[in-house]
Write a protein that binds this ligand. Structure first.
Ligand code: NDP
Ligand SMILES: CC(C)CCC[C@@H](C)[C@H]1CC[C@H]2C3=C(CC[C@]12C)[C@@]1(C)CCC(=O)[C@@H](C)[C@@H]1CC3
Length: 317
């Protein structure tokens, strides 16, 4: 016989202690307060604060914490080991943690874009406006790629036995972005060591990876989706511009939102955009992604090669 704890759906959210991750956890609990929610965070103090905040709004909620720095392979492997000891199942895996380090705005591009036909597109995607300064991690990987893509990929690979179970389906949901652009990504430099748009590149990589994961794992009951949460005021966006600046440009952003509103089964080649507006409309729109399946497969093979390399390296150390 299964105990009621074994029957509870297990939901894991990375980057759950702030911003979109925390808001997502709150929302998940309000939809189903019978889930077992695991907040996967790199800082346990911030994780404890998040759990306390969630328990304030959902006092009976079943919330666990897991320490994981998705930018460090050692930490990811340890966290996966811990999860395997704790759980027998994993139903939803939200791969949400993400960074955009040292963002800079190209003001010239902004002024030019403002008076061009691409103004709306520029406000919706940030195309051409943002650059970042990336760093190399202790594993020798580009930090943005390691955090936004590869650490999550290794976590998923480690948790494969839980996610691929014959009796039930599991869903992996990636926080992608409308800033994910084909032109920022290159298969020959998929870590983005050369350019200055590591964020955009990493989000495009996420989109490719999700498509490849569906091709490889759907038969085993694992499904992957990418979502675009829209432009949300979080630590990430406050790292680009201070809060008062956002308040100033909010009226322009609202106009963009209004202009783009248009109402409409999970499509593996679509990204799900949040189109919630401040004026009440509340829906998600599937948008076809700008990618092809061959590129997705080629990128997936490169990740598998990198995985093999790093596993050998971990064993040697
Ligand atoms: N805000 C926006 O407008 C948009 C955001 N997104 C995406 O949504 C996701 C969440 O971002 P958002 O909520 O805005 O930003 P926040 O900075 O508020 O949240 C990011 C979360 O990720 C965690 N995190 C960062 N690096 C690591 C790491 N190495 N290991 C573990 N956790 C880590 C942070 O933890 P800590 O507190 O310890 O730093 C934090 O909990 C990101 O993937 C982002 O790219 C997509 C589109 C738009
Ligand atoms: C007066 C100013 C210089 C105004 C500059 C505005 C820009 C900084 C923003 C306009 C659209 C924004 C945007 C993002 C960042 C900031 C802008 C470029 C994102 C790229 C942030 C992260 C995401 O994932 C995207 C969904 C955002 C898209 C829009």
């Amino acid at each position: 016989m299964m105990s009621s704890d074994n029957m509870k759906k297990v939901v894991l959210v990375t980057g759950a202690n702030s911003g979109i991750g925390l808001a997502l956890c709150k929302r998940l609990l309000s939809v189903d307060d019978q889930i077992h929610l695991c907040l996967a965070c790199r800082n346990m103090q911030r994780a404890e604060t998040a759990r306390a905040a969630l328990l304030c709004s959902h006092p009976g909620a079943d919330i666990a914490l897991l320490k994981v720095d998705v930018g460090s392979l050692k930490s990811v492997l340890e966290a996966a080991k811990e999860l395997k000891q704790r759980y027998r199942r994993l139903d939803y895996l939200y791969l949400n943690a993400g960074i955009m380090p040292n963002p800079r705005i190209d003001f010239n591009a902004f002024i030019n874009g403002l008076f061009s036909r691409k103004a709306i597109h520029m406000f919706a995607t940030g195309e051409g406006l943002l650059t970042q300064e990336d760093q190399v991690t202790e594993d020798g990987l580009q930090n943005v790629f390691a955090t936004n893509v590869f650490g999550h990929f290794i976590l998923l690979r480690e948790l494969e036995p839980f996610l691929c179970q014959s009796e039930k389906e599991s869903l992996v949901i990636w926080s992608s972005s409308s800033n994910a652009r084909r032109s920022a990504f290159s298969l020959t430099d998929y870590q983005h060591t050369q350019g200055k748009e590591s964020y955009s590149s990493s989000k495009y990589a996420t989109d490719l990876l999700s498509v490849a994961l569906n091709n490889h794992y759907n038969k085993q009951g694992l499904y992957s989706s990418v979502v675009c949460p829209g432009l949300v005021m979080t630590h990430l966006t406050y790292g680009i511009l201070p809060p008062f600046f956002w308040t100033l440009i909010l009226p322009i952003m609202l106009l963009v939102w209004l202009f783009k509103q248009k109402p409409e089964s999970l499509d593996p080649l679509a990204k799900y955009y949040s189109c919630t507006s401040g004026l009440g409309s509340n829906y998600v729109k599937p948008v076809k992604m700008d990618l092809d399946e061959e590129a997705a497969e080629a990128f997936y093979q490169k990740l598998l090669d990198l995985e093999t390399k790093y596993r050998c390296w971990q064993n040697v150390k």
